[in-house]
Design a protein around this ligand. Sequence first.
Ligand code: MN
Length: 158
Amino acid sequence: MNLTHAEDLPWTTQSSPKGKYGVMRRALSQGAGGGKDVGTWGGGHPFEVEIHRVAPGKMNFPLHEHSAQWEAYYILSGRGQVRGAEGKEGIRAGDYLVFPPGEAHQIINDGEEDLTFMVIADQPQADVIHYPDSGKWLVKPQKKVFEMKAVEYFEGEE
Ligand code: MN
């Protein structure tokens, strides 16, 4: 058995240079013996669970969609908005959301208190993430952000 306690885990803060995006994370899976960004294929658990906290006025991440990863969010406290390809919708404590691959998502805290939620991700061995607002891409496990430039298949090969 792997037991951990959320209150014993540190908050890891991630924020953008100008502060538009900000999220604090408690890594439940890592506390319980799992890895970071790895599924069973890399010695981790088949899902990665974290608690996220977004302060009023902040967004968690830029709008993005995964090519392979599934994510489920369970709202623990606060109120906010979930933004998808179709627009925004209000969310509040008790709501449960599932984002299959290809479905864009972003959490916005437009409320007056912290928005906290549990995030469960299935950790595929590879994932390509698209950011529709900027046109950028991120590839995992390399964790490189790039802009795509199409070339001919054999370019540079002969
Ligand atoms: Mn995501």
